[in-house]
Design a protein around this ligand. Structure first.
Ligand code: GLN
Length: 538
C-alpha cells in the first residue's frame, strides 16, 4: 500500500499531549495490522535536545542508533514497540544545518537559498524519508510547539504543501483544548475555533480534531466545533483526562478514531484492532491492590518529565508484578547521614538516577551507603552506577578521596574516569558514548539472572566509565564487574553478590522498556523489592 502521512498539530496551549495522541493513534493502526512509525519535528534551533537541561526539556531520550532525542520518542517506542532512530526526530537546527551544508557544497549554485522552497523542501524530504522504502503503511509526524508560533511556520507550510501534493494520502489531526470555566459552569469552544482559524490562515484545513478536556463534552459541543471548523461531526473526538496515558488508545478507539482515519485515507476498515495484550496490561494495573514502595533519588525529581522513561519502566514492571507503584521522589541534595534512615527506611527498593555534575551527588552516596548496609534492593543507573563504585571505594576500600574525574579531576583515586575516546573531544553536542552497545554478562550473576541471558544490548549516554585499572581491587573486596563490553572490555555493570540485590548499570535500561515488553532488569528489581518488603514489614 502507498504510505499514508498523518500530521499531528497542536493549538491553544502546549503540553496537551500531542505525543500521546500520536502514539495512541499509531497503536490503533498498528493493532489493525498496519506498520507504523512516528516522528517528531521540533521547531527549536538546537541540533538535538542533548545539550538542553531537564528544566528546559525534560528527559533526553536515546535511540539505538545513538541519537539524543525528544522524550516523545520514548512514548512512541513504549506504545508501538518499534525502535525509532535519528530519522524520527528532526529540529529546525538540523533542517538548516543540512540546507546550509548543501549551499556550501554548491548544490544550489546560482540560486538564492530561501525558506520556501529550500527549507520546506528539506522538511518534506525528511517526512518522506521514512516512507521511502514503503517500509511503513503510516508515517505519523508530530509537529512540536503550538500553531501560531513563529518558529512553527516553515513546518506548517510544508504540511500545507504535502496535503496538496499527496491528496487523500495525507491527513492533519489537530489537537486543541476546551477549557471549563468553573465560575460560568461552562466549557468554552472559542479557543478551539481560533486555533483552527490560525491553521486555516496558513492554508491547512484539519481533517480531524481531538479536543482535550478535563470534563466529558456533550455531543452538542462536538457538533458545534464541527460546524465552526469545517470538519464532519464524526471527525471531532474528545480526549478526556484518564488515570493513565495507556488508556488513551482505548478512549480514542471507543470514538472510532482509527476507522475515521482509515476512511479518510480511502481504506475500508475491516475487523477491529487487536488490543488484547494491551488491555491485559491495563487490567493488571486496575486489579493490583498491594503496593510496592520505590524511592527514586535524583536531583531533578521535582520535574515531572526529567526521569520519564525510568518512571514508566517502574510502572510497567510493578504492573506485571501485580503491584501498584508508589514512587517516592527524593531530592538527592536533601539526603544526609542524619535523615537517610527516615527517608529510605520504609522503602522496598531504591533507584539512584542518572545525571551530570556535582549537585546532589553526596546525597546519592549517603543513600547508597544506607541501602548497601541495610540490604535494600538497589538499582543504580549510569551516574547511579558510578556513584555505587565511588561509595564502595570510599567506604569499603577505604579510599576516602575516591571520585569521578567529572567532579574531581585531581583525586588520587580516579575510580570513574573519562573514557579514552572522549579525551580528544572538545565539542559537547552529540559527542557522548551514545546508543546501543552489546554487553556480555557473567553467567550466574544477578544481572545475568535478571535478563535470563548472558548477552544483551542496551543504550548508553555518558562520557565517563568505571576505571578498569581498579577492577581487581573492587572484585577482591566484593564488588563484581559482571557486565562487560565484548569489543572494548569496558565495565558496563557492577553488583554485590553478598547483597540481596545491589546492581549498577552504565547503560540506560529504561530506554528499552515498553508496555508489552517491559525491561527484565526492572521486572527483577521490582520482584526483589516486593520480596524484601514482604520480609521486612508486618
Ligand atoms: N555524567 C556521567 C557521565 O557522563 C553519567 C551520565 C548519565 O548518568 N547519563 O559519564
Amino acid at each position: 500500500m502507498e504510505t499514508k502521512y498523518i500530521f499531528v498539530t497542536g493549538g491553544v496551549v502546549s503540553s496537551l499531549g500531542k505525543g500521546i495522541v500520536a502514539a495512541s493513534l499509531g497503536k490503533l493502526l498498528q493493532a489493525r495490522g498496519y506498520s507504523v512509525t512516528i516522528q517528531k519535528f521540533d521547531p527549536y534551533i538546537n541540533i538535538d535536545p542533548g545539550t538542553l537541561n531537564p528544566y528546559e526539556h525534560g528527559e533526553c531520550y536515546v535511540t539505538d542508533d545513538g541519537h539524543e532525542a525528544d522524550l516523545d520518542l520514548g512514548h512512541y517506542e513504549r506504545f508501538l514497540d518499534v525502535a525509532t532512530s535519528r530519522a524520527n526526530n528532526i529540529t529546525t537546527g538540523r533542517i538548516y544545518q543540512n540546507v546550509i551544508r548543501k549551499e556550501r557544497k554548491g548544490d544550489y549554485l546560482g540560486k538564492t537559498v530561501q525558506v520556501i522552497p529550500h527549507i520546506t523542501d528539506e522538511i518534506k524530504r525528511n517526512v518522506k524519508l521514512l516512507g521511502l522504502k514503503k517500509q511503513y503503511d503510516f508515517v505519523i509526524t508530530e509537529i512540536g510547539g503550538t500553531v501560531g508560533d513563529i518558529e512553527s511556520l516553515p513546518f506548517l507550510e510544508s504540511v500545507r504543501q504535502l496535503k496538496w501534493e499527496l491528496g487523500q494520502s495525507c491527513l492533519c489531526l489537530h489537537l486543541t483544548y476546551v477549557p471549563y470555566i468553573a465560575a460560568a459552569g461552562e466549557v468554552k469552544t472559542k479557543p478551539t475555533q481560533h486555533s483552527v482559524k490560525q491553521l486555516q490562515e496558513v492554508g491547512i484545513q484539519p481533517d480531524l480534531l481531538v479536543l482535550r478536556t478535563e470534563h466529558s463534552l456533550g455531543s452538542e459541543i462536538l457538533r458545534k466545533v464541527a460546524l465552526f471548523c469545517n470538519v464532519s461531526p464524526e471527525s471531532v473526538v474528545q480526549c478526556v483526562d484518564v488515570p493513565t496515558i495507556y488508556q488513551v488508545p482505548l478512549a480514542l478507539q471507543a470514538q472510532h478514531l482509527d476507522e475515521i482515519v482509515l476512511k479518510k485515507c480511502g481504506i475500508t476498515p475491516q475487523g477491529m484492532p487487536e488490543l488484547k495484550p494491551w488491555k491485559n496490561f491495563l487490567a493488571l494495573r486496575d486489579e493490583a491492590t498491594e503496593t510496592v514502595n520505590i524511592a527514586l533519588v535524583g536531583k531533578y525529581v521535582e520535574l515531572q518529565d526529567a526521569y520519564k522513561s525510568i518512571d514508566e519502566s517502574l510502572l510497567q514492571a510493578a504492573t506485571y508484578n501485580r503491584r501498584k507503584l508508589n514512587l517516592v521522589s527524593i531530592h538527592s541534595e536533601r539526603v544526609t547521614a542524619d535523615n537517610v534512615a527516615e527517608l529510605l527506611g520504609k522503602m522496598d527498593g531504591v533507584v539512584i538516577a542518572p545525571g551530570f555534575g556535582a549537585r546532589g551527588i553526596e546525597g546519592k552516596f549517603e543513600a547508597l551507603r544506607y541501602t548497601r548496609e541495610h540490604g535494600i534492593p538497589t538499582l543504580g543507573i549510569c551516574l547511579g552506577m558510578q556513584c555505587m563504585v565511588i561509595e564502595f571505594a570510599r567506604n569499603i576500600l577505604g579510599w576516602h578521596d575516591a571520585h569521578t574525574t567529572e567532579i574531581d579531576p585531581t583525586t588520587t583515586h580516579k575510580v570513574v574516569d573519562l573514557m579514552e575516546e572522549q579525551k580528544s573531544i572538545s565539542e559537547l553536542g552529540g559527542s557522548m558514548r551514545l546508543g546501543g552497545y552489546d554487553c556480555i554478562l557473567k553467567p550466574g550473576s544477578k544481572i545475568a539472572n535478571a535478563y535470563g541471558a548472558d548477552f544483551i544490548r542496551e543504550r548508553h549516554r555518558h562520557r565517563f566509565e568505571f576505571n578498569s585499572q581498579y577492577r581487581e581491587d573492587f572484585e577482591r573486596a566484593g564488588m563484581i564487574c559482571a557486565g562487560e563490553n565484548p569489543d572494548t572490555g569496558l565495565v558496563e555493570t557492577v553488583e554485590l553478590p553478598e547483597h540481596r540485590w545491589y546492581v549498577g548499570v552504565q547503560f540506560h535500561p529504561e530506554y528499552r522498556s515498553t508496555v508489552l515488553h517491559p525491561n527484565p532488569l526492572f521486572l527483577t528489581f521490582i520482584k526483589e523489592a516486593i520480596a524484601y518488603g514482604a520480609e521486612n514489614r508486618d
